[in-house]
Write a protein that binds this ligand. Sequence first.
Ligand code: ADP
Ligand code: MG
Length: 261
Amino acid sequence: MATTVQTDAADLKANSSDAVIRVEEVHKYYDLGEQKVHALRGVSVSISRGEFVAIMGASGSGKSTFMNILGCLDKPTQGHYILDGTDVSELTKRDLAAIRNRRIGFVFQGFNLLSRTTALENVELPTMYSRVNRQERERRAKDSLELVGLGNRLDHFPSQLSGGQQQRVAIARALVNQPSILLADEPTGNLDSRTSVEIMQIFQELNDKGLTIVLVTHEHDIAQYAKRNIIFRDGKIRRDELVQNRPVASEMLKTLPTLED
Ligand code: ADP
Ligand code: MG
């Protein structure tokens, strides 16, 4: 870690007992037969409950590899990942899947909605594995859609929704099982700039309600809506800093032109 520039954010969070995410000296190698790619090279970081972190860094710097580990989609080759007090580095694939389903909500660049399925049904999908009845599952899905401002679009199919609305359905789906953390990999990558700020408004509102959010973005403007920025370079954390003068997305939207203008 000698090459890592540590600033106040890292110092503040390093010993936090309320860490929902604790990553300790994580390395990740991709084994391509003859060739090994050393994608993460000793990453250590803590993220507390209620934080809102933007991960940045050049293409190939290890952001997605890091997110896949946080999301229990992949395991470190070396080092530890402690999620909500459980060391998940040692778990079997089956146990990882169970943790993923219960504790983690994912949002991707491409929305990944089922096209022949309504907004409500899309959001209900992740509840199928939980032991609650149909009515309760539907109620949770509705609540989740209302939370992202889509209570009036329950029966719309993805093709009948704008890109921003589709991403909001994906956010509602990610939230429906009440996860400990929301992970988003380039969630505004396919959206125009105003719609991107609308998505950041939703993230800020959810974070204000206590949700822990980690998102990847390559856009500096988008990263400013988070509370903390972590910058990767060559598989390591290069910088870790608190955002100064964070913009409020709902205020920013008042200054941005709408599509009709
Ligand atoms: P980023 O998301 O910052 O663009 P990635 O985490 O996707 O970076 O990639 C980090 C490094 O690991 C890159 O050199 C990339 O080519 C390599 N890599 C990523 N995924 C795989 C994989 N599944 N197999 C082999 N190499 C991979
Ligand atoms: Mg990536």
